[in-house]
Design a protein around this ligand. Structure first.
Ligand code: FES
Ligand code: FES
Length: 155
């Protein structure tokens, strides 16, 4: 049975097993490889996408769960929070190896979309599920704070 949904605003159809994790539909079926595979069990955050605007781990999301819904990936994320987060990431050069960073960026955008002025505790809670083996955590937190401050100035 086909699963129909939207990815980055585009109508999309997947004809395979509805239990296939969204992560593999994105990477293997749609060739959108910005969303990464880390653990496969919702422990690392590398596969974070937005489902109806909210952070979601694609590795544990059967594609059937997104039927009729809107998925946003690192390739298509846009808007004030996205613009501010991406600019802050570049300005302070957050990534090291980069592998975890699309997930980090998606989680940060999800946070700032829901709460434009997060406290330190909010940041810690929102980002706790995103692991970085290179330990870029200090720069990630600073980038989120910078993005929060700059969001008002972004068109
Ligand atoms: S790959 Fe999904 S949380 Fe690790
Ligand atoms: S930048 Fe290397 S794992 Fe995070």
């Amino acid at each position: 049975m086909a699963t129909e949904f939207q990815v980055n605003g585009r109508a999309t159809r997947f004809d395979g097993d509805p239990e296939t994790p969204l992560l593999w539909v994105l990477r293997d079926h749609l060739q959108m490889t910005g969303t990464k595979y880390g653990c496969g069990i919702a422990q690392c955050g590398a596969c974070t996408v937005h489902l109806e605007g909210k952070n979601r781990r694609a590795c544990v999301t059967p594609v059937s769960m997104v039927a009729g819904k809107s998925v946003t990936t690192i390739e298509g994320v846009a808007g004030k929070a996205a613009t501010a987060v991406k600019a802050a990431w570049v300005a302070i050069d957050v990534p090291q190896c980069g592998f975890c960073q699309s997930g980090q960026v998606m989680s940060a955008i999800g946070l700032l979309s829901a709460k434009s002025k997060p406290s330190d505790a909010d940041i810690d809670a929102a980002m706790a599920g995103n692991i970085c083996r290179c330990a870029t955590y200090v720069r990630i937190r600073q980038a989120i704070k910078d993005a929060s401050q700059n969001m008002g100035k972004v068109a």
